[in-house]
Write a protein that binds this ligand. Structure first.
Ligand code: ZN
Length: 237
């Protein structure tokens, strides 16, 4: 019997790269899906290609959905600055309205065509930025919706949304990924990375990522713009 298929959402960041490694480790034939959603920098999508080259996937697709036409987020709207002065409280301006709903919907569409009953998404509810669409309640609700919304679901082939990182700390994630052979030097988490993939060292994503490597006792392989930009302070303001 051939391996079951899974669609893995792959942004090119630390979490989604770990997720791809987990899906492969669990024996799935992986179909990686990256989404150009109108993000301000191309570094993440370049990183996604590098991650697929390194870890392997049966196929890698890039879907285009322009959430930038609506703006409303520091990640899609050039008029909103990415905060760089410490972790934000509440739901920060880097939240992209409906992003995970849109991405999971695209993954669901491809999964149904592939005959895949499993979708992996690297959302994380511990060391995260406070996004509502990274919570376990959201994943459970999306899974319920997916089984109502699709032919395969109605015909009794249950679709599963896997969020294997959801209860892990950033340190646990990098330890797990390292044990599965993930090269985090290939990934880009920074909200304002250069097109070459250099990280700013100051945004929430850089701070959470750096603190994760430190807590795990692992060297941080992130290429930063300047050495002086390596974050030291991860305190909430
Ligand atoms: Zn950054």
């Amino acid at each position: 019997m051939s391996a079951p298929r899974a669609v893995v959402l792959l942004s090119g960041g630390l979490d989604s790269a770990t997720c791809l490694a987990i899906a492969r480790d669990q024996g799935f034939e992986t179909y990686a899906l990256s989404v150009a959603y109108g993000q301000r920098h191309a570094a993440e999508l370049n990183a996604a290609k590098r991650v697929v080259s390194a870890l392997g996937a049966r196929e890698h697709r890039l879907a285009h959905v322009d959430l930038g036409q609506f703006g409303g987020s520091a990640l899609t709207d050039a008029n909103i600055d990415v905060p760089t002065d410490g972790l934000q409280t509440g739901i920060p301006v880097t939240y992209v309205p409906a992003r995970n709903t849109v991405m999971l919907s695209l993954a669901l569409g491809w999964a149904e065509v592939l005959g895949a009953n499993d979708i992996f998404v690297g959302v994380n509810a511990v060391d995260y930025s406070g996004y509502p669409d990274c919570r376990p309640e959201f994943i459970a609700a999306f899974e319920a919706m997916a089984n109502l919304a699709t032919k395969v679901g109605v015909e009794g082939n249950r679709l599963r949304i896997h969020a294997p990182l959801i209860e892990l700390s950033k340190a646990q994630i990098v330890q797990l990924g390292t044990s599965l052979g993930v090269d985090y030097g290939l990934t880009v988490s920074c909200y304002k990375a250069t097109d070459d993939g250099l990280a700013c060292g100051q945004c929430d994503a850089c701070r959470l990522r750096s603190a994760g490597f430190a807590a795990a006792g692992l060297a941080d392989p992130t290429p930063y713009i300047r050495l002086a930009d390596i974050p030291h302070d991860v305190q909430t303001r």
